[in-house]
Design a protein. Sequence first.
Length: 314
Amino acid sequence: MVPTRELALQTSQICIEVSKYIGARVMVTTGGTSLKDDIMRIYENVHIIIATPGRILDLMEKNVTQMDRCNMLILDEADKLLSQDFKGMLDKVISYLPKERQILLYSATFPLTVEQFMRKYLKGPYEINLMDELTLKGVTQYYAFVQERQKVHCLNTLFSKLQINQSIIFCNSTQRVELLAKKITELGYSCYYIHAKMSQQHRNRVFHDFRAGLCRNLVCSDLFTRGIDIQAVNVVINFDFPKMAETYLHRIGRSGRFGHLGIAINLITYDDRFALHRIEQELGTEIKPIPKVIDKSLYVSEFQLEDDVENVSK
């Protein structure tokens, strides 16, 4: 179970590849798609379902999914699934499972809701903590102190000076996402945008095309912060600085995936200064002032650097 449709699609692709070796049938089901089609597919004997909470609960309540033999529930991005956004849904889902079952939780943060859930449903669980090893590893963080009206100009400067393979740019509202994407396009850069108010079909197309490398820049809301793995992303820009440390952690974690390096650049206004300091303290990290020249070795792979040298020599 995952919190977003995009993450469900990504996870299902990986499961389908792995399942080839064990002969398991995989199905993905999310809101915004045909319920009738999902019901027909379930009747074809499915071993693994990747789902968002609302849709799987709908199938359970309609008695379409027979859960008496489902002995494993995996919660990816458990902190989000246990947030107010999905209030009470997991309790309902678990009520359909057999008493003898295994529950696995995966989360980059460990809020009180996760701890309460563990006490309620997990008996003597094993806990593996990799945060000391993995948190923000490989991502160099900078901030640029700007006025609100200077942000687009600053972004234009960054585009001209950075060697961007692919970038993700975060805004704090869906309206600002669309406005910024339009501005970036007017500046002459290739740009997609994605947010939760778009139709699911449109979201799927944007996600697929950006992941395939058809566009260099993606402007988005926090819909895109969780679990999305696109190896080519080496730059994350917070056009709007987030208020919560948890949101910041998930946003900048979109770069530096799979052992690659990346940079995160935060556009900070006067009103953001306290949030910047607080997030540094809460995450035990340092966000440095942006230098005039950013060392390419901090966010560009050796192969890209070799290509640069070859192009210059030519």
